[in-house]
Design a protein around this ligand. Sequence first.
Ligand SMILES: Nc1ncnc2c1ncn2[C@@H]1O[C@H](COP(=O)(O)OP(=O)(O)OP(=O)(O)O)[C@@H](O)[C@H]1O
Length: 261
Amino acid sequence: MSFSLERISQRYLTDSGEIVHAVEDTTIEVDTGQFVCVVGPSGCGKTTLLKILAGFLEPTGGVARANGVPIKGPSWERGVVFQAANLYPWLTARKNVELGLKFRGVAADIRASTAEACLDLVGLGGFEDKKPYELSGGMQQRTQIARVLANDPEIILMDEPFGALDALTRERLQMDLLKISRERRKTVFFITHSVEEAIILGDRVLVMSPRPGRVVLDEKVEISKKYGRLLDGKELRSTPEFTQLRDQISDTIYAGQASAD
Ligand SMILES: Nc1ncnc2c1ncn2[C@@H]1O[C@H](COP(=O)(O)OP(=O)(O)OP(=O)(O)O)[C@@H](O)[C@H]1O
């Protein structure tokens, strides 16, 4: 499923009566199966765009569409993964993953087999009956991803999903996510503060300016294509193309920050 943000602007009215101009006239078009990463300074409106795509927020200007249809509210077709896993502590991993299907009235046996398959997919086979407190942070995050995958969304919206994880777990989850999104041809909108993570995961990296946020750089990542196969994170990082792109993206972020100061 493709999606688009067309001339989106977002102004928030704060409790103190101040108007915060978070996003300004931003247009982004993303094709089915594309993995788009968004980077930019804190407060530039990344989460705002994700909330609009999720249907949690109606923009004050412009229109968001999924497959050409205006987004009017949340939908199972668009799954959201946040930085914190937000699992229900009294439910097992399996029951947490089943929850969305339960709300949709899916039969118990199908719920159970779907949850099992999704937990297996994220490497949590054997942990189905553990409660969140019995799982590590990385495992909880895997459970959250399994919960979203169980709904089989066409679009996955991810807000710093690996930000709180240690480097090793983060790298493992990055590779798992890449594999799953490619195999299942999901369209992914992925927010991160890590320029390296954006290049490793993205087919495309968008850089946003400081508030009011706009897209100031939109770069295709074609390093693996050039080498004729999918490179893993370590291989990718050691190519000159990676270093060049990382510097270009970082320079764009810093230049935007410097002009905002
Ligand atoms: N509900 C709200 N009411 C008022 N202001 C808000 C609201 N939500 C966000 N903002 C403001 O809008 C701006 C953009 O916020 P947003 O969370 O989209 O940025 P972000 O790029 O995701 O930031 P970060 O990288 O720190 O998560 C910020 O200045 C924020 O304070």
